[in-house]
Design a binder for this molecule. Structure first.
Ligand code: PEP
Length: 249
């Protein structure tokens, strides 16, 4: 059985006052049946860890360098994220791929570094609107998956997040059939590469404009094990009903 996962990506949002939202979530869902992962800005990881330390809520980074340490001004390593309280790292988010030119090969190296530090990699994949309209969605997803994932993926070190680029922060959501098509494809691709047992242990998240109003139907979709949520994870009043929908699914 794959444990359901609700992951919140705060992106570059939040100073110390934002931790009040984490306090509320911790009180409401600190011992949830679903796994909850909050990925705040790196500056908030250590104080966030103080809030979540006696609960089941996990913390994650939003990116890491492929090296453990060294002369890389402004970067952060998986070891540093772990030291601050993270147990996971989001990698290959489309905003990193677009804003920082991250290729799947770079994501692959970062995933290896994440595993080496003992953290779980949340590897993001997704097609642009042009690619979808050109009928290239599965080809794009397949090649991103193949190139972003090093050998050695397992249910404990890897989560895959399908995030159509055109659905992130836009309020546009694929149809449930479109989500199912990609998630079923991802499961089959993982199975071909890793064998059915390992593939069946890897959680597949959907991400892109998940809101309290659409969460339940998305969670009922084939091979969807949870969500990676951006905007609606910033306020406990939005994220809490999404977690509740996941728990009820
Ligand atoms: C994201 O950035 O990972 C995301 C899914 O954003 P949003 O939920 O705001 O679309």
């Amino acid at each position: 059985m794959r444990q359901k996962l609700a992951a919140g990506n705060w992106k570059m949002n939040g100073t110390g006052t934002a931790l009040a939202e984490l306090e509320i979530l911790t009180q409401a869902h600190g011992h949830s049946g679903a796994q909850i992962l909050i990925c705040p800005p790196a500056t908030l990881l250590a104080p966030a860890a103080q809030i979540t330390k006696t609960t089941a809520i996990a913390l994650g980074g939003q990116d890491c360098h492929a090296a453990a340490s060294g002369a890389h001004t402004g970067d952060i390593s998986a070891e540093m994220l772990k030291d601050a309280g993270a147990t996971a790292v989001i990698l290959g988010h489309s905003e990193r791929r677009a804003d920082h030119g991250e290729t799947s090969d770079m994501v692959c190296a970062k995933t290896s570094a994440t595993w080496h530090a003992g953290l779980t990699a949340v590897v993001c994949l997704g097609e642009t609107l042009d690619q979808r309209e050109a009928g290239e969605t599965l080809a794009v997803i397949g090649s991103q998956l193949a190139a972003s994932l090093p050998d050695g993926a397992s249910g404990s070190n890897t989560v895959i997040a399908y995030e159509p680029v055109w659905a992130i922060g836009t309020g546009k959501v694929p149809t449930l059939e479109q989500i199912a098509e990609v998630h079923d494809f991802l499961r089959a691709e993982l199975s071909t590469r890793l064998g059915a047992e390992t593939a069946n242990a890897i959680r597949l998240l959907y991400g892109g404009s998940v809101k309290p109003g659409n969460a339940a139907e998305i969670f009922a979709t084939s091979n969807v094990d949870g969500a990676l949520v951006g905007g609606a994870s910033l306020k406990a009043s939005d994220f809490s009903p999404i977690i509740a929908a996941l728990e009820a699914s």
